[in-house]
Ligand binder design. Structure first.
Ligand SMILES: [Mn+2]
Length: 246
């Protein structure tokens, strides 16, 4: 029988070296605290871990040290801010310095990793360009076997079929892919959508932005056999155990 799964999902951390970057680093460490506190089985980082490509070594080393605190499988995709081109900060990194539990999905045609102990697979594409030709859900694999099928995609969810926005993710694509859970990134507010059997979710950014987002948050997902996926927005930086973002 397939097992239950607990996931912590973040995106759009936007780590940087600027003076207020310390708040972002603090927020990311709170995300890692949440992975540990919730005893998560899987940690997903759905793009834009970095704000730009001119990131200093000390911030890269900070990421390695934070991810090294995590024991569970951790899967990372890039986003448009750390897109996979020759200047990409992520291309110059080696996540194995954080440990062999970290997997970067770095294949532009899509890449699927299987975690037999979790009864789970995770698929995602590596973004080469943030433009209209980039289709984050293209080539999503069919379901195989009795496993949790999880997808990761960094792009803009839009249900307008006439839209011509970059890195578009559409409801029919989400439904057709048939993931149990689709971990989205790009949009900074927490949002959940259901299409077909799939729960898709933007986790919300982990760092507070004055004037726009008062408290950072992270998405906590439970996958329950026979019931599927449920996600909650967990507010960071408060003593409250679990509550929804405003
Ligand atoms: Mn983005």
């Amino acid at each position: 029988m397939i097992r239950a799964l607990k996931i912590t999902h973040t995106s759009d951390v936007h780590l940087n070296d600027e003076p207020d970057g310390i708040k972002v680093r603090e927020a990311f460490s709170q995300v890692v605290d949440t992975v540990l506190d919730t005893d998560s089985d899987l940690f997903l980082i759905a793009g834009d871990l970095f704000d730009h490509n001119e990131i200093e070594r000390k911030t890269v080393d900070f990421v390695y040290s934070q991810l090294a605190r995590v024991a569970c499988p951790t899967v990372v995709i890039v986003g448009n801010h750390d897109v996979w081109d020759d200047r990409s900060i992520v291309k110059r990194m080696d996540f194995r310095k954080a440990g062999h539990h970290v997997t970067l999905l770095n294949d532009a045609d899509g890449m699927q990793v299987t975690f037999p102990e979790l009864h789970a697979t995770v698929w995602g594409r590596c973004m080469l360009d943030h433009d209209r030709s980039n289709k984050p859900m293209a080539g999503a694999p069919s379901r195989v076997g009795n496993m949790w099928h999880i997808g990761m995609a960094h792009g803009l969810y839009d249900d307008d079929p006439e839209t011509d926005r970059s890195s578009l993710i559409t409801p029919p694509e989400i439904e057709a892919a048939g993931f149990d859970y689709l971990a989205l990134g790009h949009v900074h507010a927490h949002r959940q959508m259901r299409h077909g059997n799939t729960l898709a979710c933007y986790p919300g950014v982990c760092a507070a932005h004055m004037g726009t987002i008062q408290n950072g948050c992270v998405a906590l997902i439970t996958l329950t056999p026979g019931k599927g996926a449920k996600a909650v927005a967990h507010t960071l930086g408060t003593s409250a155990p679990i509550r929804r973002c405003a």
